[in-house]
Write a protein that binds this ligand. Structure first.
Ligand code: NI
Length: 169
């Protein structure tokens, strides 16, 4: 089921999410809904708080559903190791129609659990590293706006406020 994506301003987006402890059918349904919602947007990553569920669950697919086998679903993801720096344009489904340059690690090693609760580890580089960092930030209640220059941040926030006032957000 496609769920509505919360936008900047929703309190769920700025809360720290709770660890996943029950690897049951309900969790699998949530992951399925998150994938459908991400593909419909379309996007390349989504975290549970973006659909109003403050649980540490993320989905990523750099191909946005175009390639089989590029789908990643991870519960309780953690960055074990990071290396290098990349600067690049980043957007977020919860902050539609805006982007900004965000600095991220070039490479990360991420550990988490699959939907059965089994440990998994992924070495990510480039865009995949960026996607993991962005989605892990979401479950910590952090939006990329916190990682850009104050000037750019205020500019985007000001424009969003205008959109909110106009009822267009
Ligand atoms: Ni996002």
């Amino acid at each position: 089921m496609i769920r509505p994506i919360l936008k900047y301003g929703a309190p769920e987006l700025e809360k720290e999410s709770l660890p996943v402890t029950d690897f049951n059918d309900q969790l699998r349904q949530l992951a399925q809904d998150m994938l459908e919602t991400m593909y419909a947007a379309p996007g390349i990553g989504l975290a549970a708080p973006q659909i109003g569920i403050n649980l540490r669950l993320i989905v990523i697919d750099l191909s946005s559903g175009e390639e089989k086998g590029s789908q990643i679903v991870m519960a309780n993801p953690q960055i074990l190791h990071q290396e290098g720096i990349q600067k690049g344009e980043e957007g977020c489904l919860s902050i539609p129609s805006f982007t900004a340059i965000v600095e991220r690690p070039l490479k990360v090693r991420v550990e988490g659990q699959d939907l059965e609760g089994r440990r998994m580890q992924i070495d990510a580089e480039g865009l995949l590293s960026r996607a993991f960092c962005h989605e892990i930030d979401h479950i910590d209640g952090i939006l990329y706006l916190e990682r850009i220059s104050p000037l750019k941040r205020e500019m985007i926030k000001r424009k969003i406020k205008k959109l909110m006032k106009a009822g267009e957000w």
